[in-house]
Design a protein around this ligand. Structure first.
Ligand code: IPE
Length: 253
C-alpha cells in the first residue's frame, strides 16, 4: 500500500501561548499531536510549524518583516534562536512519542526576494521522507536578496514545498475552527472568486505575517497551482489525518 504524504502545519497559536508576550510552549498540545502522529501507519507526514509567542514578538521588535538595516542585525540571531528553540521542543515531543523526526531550519537553506522565497533545495527534505525520517520545518527569518532579511511564514514554506515535492494532502491546524463568516459560522469552502468578498478578522496578538488574512492569501496562491488545503481546529487533527470531515475550511482553486 502506498502511504499518503501529508503536510501538517501546526500554527504558532496552537503550540505556544500566543496571548503571552514571552515564549511559552504548549507542551500538552504538542504531546497530544505527537501521540496522534505516532499511531498512524498509513501516512508519511511532513511537519511545518509557526512561531507564535516564540518568534513573532522578536521579529516585530527588530522589525525584520521590513528588512535589514544598520539597527536590527542582531534581530536575525535573536529571532532565529527563538524559533529554533521552539523547533527543538516540537522535534523532542515527536521523538518522545516514537516518531523519528529531525528539525530543518529555513535560514540555513532558503533565499528570499522581497519577502518571497526564491530558492530552497527540497532534496534533503525529500530524502528524509523517503528514508522514513520526518522533517520538521518552521517559519523563520530568511536572508533576502532585495531587503537583506525577511520573515518567511510556515504557510509560505508549505506553498514552496507543495510546489516542489509530491504531496497528497495539506492541513493547517489552528486555534479556530476555520474561516468564519460575519455570522460566526465556518465557511466550508473558499476559492479565489469567493475570497474577494470575504472579511477576515485579523489576529489579536503579535503577528508579523498577516494573521488569518495572510494565511488565506498564501493558501489561495497555493490553490492557483492546483493544490488544495484544509484549515481546521487543532482538536480535529485526528479527523484530518484519517481523511474524515474536520469541520474546517477547504481552500481550493
Ligand atoms: C512566523 O511563522 C515566523 C517568525 C515570526 C519568525 P508563521 O507566520 O508561520 O507563525 P504563526 O503560525 O503565525 O505563529
Amino acid at each position: 500500500m502506498n502511504k499518503e504524504r501529508i503536510i501538517l502545519k501546526l500554527g504558532g497559536s496552537v503550540i505556544t501561548d500566543k496571548s503571552s508576550g514571552d515564549c511559552r510552549v504548549n507542551r500538552p498540545v504538542l504531546e497530544r499531536i505527537a501521540g496522534e502522529l505516532s499511531s498512524r501507519e498509513g501516512i508519511v507526514p511532513l511537519i511545518v510549524h509557526g512561531a507564535g509567542s516564540c518568534g513573532h514578538p522578536e521579529a516585530k521588535e527588530h522589525h525584520l518583516d521590513k528588512g535589514l538595516d544598520h539597527t536590527n542585525k542582531a534581530g536575525v540571531f535573536i529571532t532565529h534562536r527563538a524559533v529554533c528553540n521552539l523547533n527543538y521542543e516540537v522535534v523532542n515531543a515527536l521523538r518522545a512519542s516514537g516518531v523519528e523526526a529531525v528539525g530543518i531550519h529555513p535560514l540555513d537553506a532558503c533565499t528570499a526576494k522581497n519577502g518571497r522565497l526564491i530558492s530552497f533545495d527540497c532534496k534533503p527534505v525529500e530524502l528524509l521522507v523517503q528514508n522514513g525520517i520526518i522533517p520538521v520545518l518552521h517559519g523563520d527569518v530568511v536572508m533576502d536578496v532585495g531587503q537583506g532579511a525577511c520573515i518567511v511564514s510556515g504557510d509560505q514554506l508549505i506553498s514552496f514545498l507543495a510546489g516542489n515535492m509530491a504531496v497528497d494532502r495539506i492541513g493547517l491546524a489552528t486555534d479556530v475552527a476555520g474561516v468564519f463568516d460575519p455570522d460566526g459560522n465556518v465557511i466550508r469552502h473558499i476559492n479565489k472568486r469567493s475570497a474577494g468578498s470575504l472579511e477576515i478578522r485579523g489576529s489579536g496578538s503579535t503577528d508579523v505575517t498577516g494573521g488569518m488574512r495572510g494565511k488565506i492569501n498564501e493558501l489561495l496562491l497555493l490553490a492557483e497551482t492546483g493544490v488544495e488545503s484544509e484549515l481546521f481546529h487543532v482538536s480535529r487533527v485526528s479527523d484530518f489525518l484519517d481523511g474524515r470531515d474536520n469541520g474546517g475550511t477547504l481552500v481550493s482553486p
